[in-house]
Design a protein around this ligand. Structure first.
Ligand SMILES: [Zn+2]
Length: 313
């Protein structure tokens, strides 16, 4: 599932091929966008794309004439960019949700349930954008992360009883974190995912504010959350990975490293379902990956499963 760094890469690609060019056609299959386009036919045609950017997991395009488009990929969405000459060869795909054409490129939104178009400020028109917390991946660099805004939102009394593992997924507190980034950030800060927000020490809060934008930026720049040296170590030591010699499984400290040795201590990485949202009607859970020793967790964990066969050979 795309998180902030992955959505930013899509925004970069779209910005590179669309910005500065007039839209020759914009079509959509999502209900909201279809209705708006039916009421404003041809509104986008001939208008120049001014900028495409990401805020957390949201992608926004600003178009001449105070127009915008907005997309959220949710679980399965993706963008594809094709040359117009290749478009004819491309079979009409049922998964296509929107299409933005300029003279030299066509951007296809696939499988994403959220695509809106409209006029005016998208932050006023789209409630989910208006409520977003500070971006974990500021365009100006990690040092520009708005830690004060993050801490203020986290400190809101309604968050006191939530676990930090759940809170980090709430896009209103900080925008752009998903399941891999939250696990990695919590491990890097040696923080128990089940720790109540109200019980976080100043040291842990400081660590979160410092680590969160740095790991997110590293994921954007290098598609990994571990430093280069740690990845090299995993490539060298077969016992640290599921598939020795493969780059797969060498990108993260704990994410998808269940039953493999912790990179910091003698313990073994575990996974458990963590409740991330709960009300009267529904309970949501996501898998959290963690080291019980480094992160001093108190949840009961079963003995680790035997390591993959190749790891002991
Ligand atoms: Zn450990």
């Amino acid at each position: 599932m795309p998180e902030g760094p992955e959505v930013r890469r899509y925004a970069d690609q779209l910005d590179a091929v669309l910005t500065g060019l007039p839209i020759t056609q914009l079509t959509a299959r999502t209900k909201a966008a279809k209705a708006w386009l039916a009421a404003h036919p041809e509104a986008f045609v001939g208008r120049q794309v001014e900028r495409v950017f990401a805020h957390g997991k949201h992608l926004v395009g600003l178009v001449e004439g105070d127009l915008f488009f907005h997309a959220h990929l949710m679980m399965w969405g993706s963008w594809r960019i094709v040359a117009p000459t290749n478009l004819l060869a491309l079979e009409r795909d049922r998964r296509e949700r929107a299409r933005i054409e300029v003279p030299e490129a066509v951007a296809l939104l696939m499988s994403a349930p959220v695509f809106d178009v409209g006029e005016g400020d998208p932050y006023e028109a789209i409630p989910n954008l208006a409520g977003l917390g500070p971006d974990a991946l500021p365009y100006e660099g990690p040092e520009a992360f708005d830690a004060d805004a993050f801490l203020a939102r986290l400190g809101d009394m309604t968050n006191a009883d939530r676990t930090i593992g759940a809170a980090l997924l709430d896009q209103r507190l900080v925008a752009g974190l998903g399941n891999y980034l939250r696990a990695e950030i919590l491990f890097a800060c040696r923080l128990d995912p089940w720790r109540r927000v109200a019980d976080l020490t100043p040291e842990k809060l400081t660590c979160l504010c410092r680590t969160l934008p740095v790991l997110t930026r590293r994921a954007y720049d290098h598609r990994r959350t571990v430093p280069e040296g740690t990845q090299e170590r995993m490539l060298r030591e077969p016992a640290l990975v599921y598939r020795p010699g493969s780059e797969w499984g060498t990108r993260h400290f704990v994410f998808r490293r269940t039953n493999l040795p912790c990179l910091r201590c003698d313990d073994v990485v575990r996974q458990l379902h963590q409740v991330t949202y709960k009300d009267e009607e529904r309970t949501q859970k996501r898998i959290i990956y963690f080291c019980p020793t480094c992160q001093q967790t108190t949840v009961p964990v079963k003995p680790p499963k035997p390591r993959p066969a190749h790891a002991s050979s």
